[in-house]
Design a protein around this ligand. Sequence first.
Ligand code: FES
Length: 163
Amino acid sequence: MRDSETPVLCPIPPGFVAPGADGAEFVPLLALGDLAPGTMRRVSFGDLDVLVAATDAGIVVTDDRCPHMSAPLSLGTLDGCAVACVLHRGTFDLATGETVTFPTTGGLDADGVSHAPWNPADTGPKPEPSASKASARALTRTRRLRFYPTRVEGGVLEARIPR
Ligand code: FES
């Protein structure tokens, strides 16, 4: 949980700014008081959905799309700085942008390293996929998260959102 010692805004890891965000205008997202520590919200701008998360390291704004197969991260759970995706159990660090737990489907990581599929302990083994589906899974890359620069103005959280 965030406390008085935790910075309000989490710094973006070097090189992890979302494409087009650096030169974009700041736009309001929500009142700071509307985001309790340890919670997440989805905010949409046209077809761009962003995730606002109050992590243990401060507030982050990133795409509300899993870096694996684009499921909404806002439907998952937040534990400290780690958001868990509901679709294939991937877990991602919102402070570093890195994968913590690889998705159950396996596939390639951001550096192109291959990961095997795995079965969660609370589910039975799944039937083997077709050869084409297994190939698609194996070649699906789980990327690093990208972030939108943030600031607080008059108690309102703003972010640079490309339009
Ligand atoms: S879509 Fe999120 S882990 Fe697969």
